[in-house]
Design a binder for this molecule. Structure first.
Ligand SMILES: Cc1ncc(COP(=O)(O)O)c(C=O)c1O
Length: 422
């Protein structure tokens, strides 16, 4: 028998059992708010799927895409046009010194996929390390890199991926506390390389702050130690900034929080266009990119650097700059994180931990599966949009960077009501 949902809509809903989906019939929005066809007005405390950083219904973004459609809407991967050149240059200007090339894709998964291909081609090695509490995408290579619940049902993936234990200070996998910690989690990355073939690892893939898996903010020494382990073994360090890039953590990129550990490749998606275009990108350091000056690049996509995506990317970067959205995220962050701590203090039996950086945060809730149903219901009834993760006990928050202080307080108030209620 067909379920009402699959019966009503002739397409699949992603990452769900089709008869359990609650579709959101989006019709528009503005700023931190979006509207649904049932007359609902939702406060977006999740930036949709973490991409709506510049907010909803942004006129400039919409106009930029329309202008591009009028001038050039169809291209081939070898074509050159102003939006493609301008965006690549803008991205390299945002990257640390020494980054010299961009590889465009249609999203974050393909960007990780191509970063892995580039790492394999440049190093001549095939293995990679990533962490368990991570998500790097849905295509087979990126999914194999991912450590969370989405990978095991689709195994076997690609060969050569080794998963590492996490940098998860609130529940340290090495049994340490901040006082006894010797950064075992960072040393562990080097140990895995040493034990599993010191000269066989092409790359280490990491989110600067694992986002959807619980906003696990690392201590300042973590990334430099991982960088050092990579250097010791001739392994490239790939920073997956698909979720953290473009202001989410209060800086342009998550890796800007540890400037002494410059990655070899930076993977972008989501906020790159604020969701107004279909685009991902890999920013490549010259020490990697120069390999292809005289070697064949075995990578490409029909809609490589699609003009509409590039136009959206160019305009999004201008909007981030001109509306000072990165500065806003940084400025609002202390209040955001303090309010979450205050919620925890008022509900100590229900909130185990809060963590965050910029406008990305997680509440770890002590709730049974039934209680999670009530949490999700409470959020839907109040029309406050977040990322509940019953499997890991986390409620992840990532409002658009343009959210006002008042709306942010309002959203957190609604979330607290839901917590008080279950
Ligand atoms: C850190 C990270 N990497 C990669 C991806 C995959 O990006 P996309 O869904 O655009 O393919 C995501 C998406 O959630 C992500 O959060």
């Amino acid at each position: 028998m067909r379920s009402p949902v699959t019966h009503e809509y002739p397409f699949f809903f992603t990452w769900s059992r089709q008869d359990k989906v609650r579709p959101l019939e989006l019709i528009g929005g503005d700023g931190a708010w979006f509207d649904t066809a049932d007359g609902g007005r939702w406060l977006d405390m999740g930036a949709l799927v973490y991409q709506a950083n510049v907010g909803h219904g942004h006129e400039r973004m919409i106009e930029a895409v329309k202008r591009q459609a009028d001038s050039l809407c169809l291209a081939t991967p070898t074509a050159v046009y102003p939006a493609k050149v301008e965006l690549a240059q803008m991205l390299l200007d945002l990257a640390p010194p020494g980054f010299s090339k961009v590889f465009f894709t249609l999203g974050g998964s393909e960007a990780n996929e191509n970063a892995l291909k580039i790492a394999r081609m440049v190093t001549g090695r095939y293995k990679a390390i990533s962490r368990f509490r991570s998500y790097h995408g849905a295509t087979m290579g990126a999914l194999t890199l991912s450590g969370d619940y989405r990978r095991p049902p689709l195994e076997p993936g690609i060969p050569g991926v080794v998963h590492a234990l996490d940098c998860y200070c609130d529940r340290c996998p090495f049994g340490k506390t901040l006082d006894t910690c010797q950064r075992e989690c960072a040393q562990h990355i080097g140990q895995l390389m040493q034990l599993d073939g010191p000269e066989s690892f092409a790359a280490v893939f990491m989110e600067p702050v694992p986002g959807a898996n619980g906003v696990l903010v690392p201590p300042p020494e973590y990334w430099p130690a991982v960088r050092e382990a990579c250097d010791r073994h001739g392994t490239l360090l790939v920073c997956d900034e698909v979720l953290t890039g473009f202001g989410r953590t209060g800086k342009w990129f998550g890796h800007n929080h540890f400037p002494d550990a410059v990655p070899d490749m930076i993977v972008c998606g989501k906020g790159l266009t604020g969701g107004y275009g279909v685009l991902g990108a890999v920013l490549v350091h010259e020490r990697v990119a120069s390999h292809f000056d005289h070697n064949f690049l075995y990578a490409g996509l029909t809609n490589y650097a699609h003009p509409l995506g590039c136009a959206a990317g160019v305009e999004a970067i201008k909007v981030y700059r001109e509306e000072n959205l990165i500065g806003r995220a940084e400025a609002l962050s202390p209040l955001f994180l303090a309010e979450l701590e205050a919620i925890k203090a008022r509900h100590p039996e229900k909130v185990s931990f809060t963590r965050g950086q910029g406008l990305l945060a997680a509440l770890e809730l002590n709730a049974s599966p039934q209680q999670w149903e009530s949490i999700v219901d409470g959020l839907v009834r109040r029309r406050v949009y977040t990322h509940p993760k019953p499997g890991t006990g986390m409620l992840v928050l990532s409002p658009p960077l343009c959210i006002s202080e008042q709306d942010m307080r309002h959203g957190l108030g609604l979330i607290e009501e839901v917590i008080a209620e279950y």
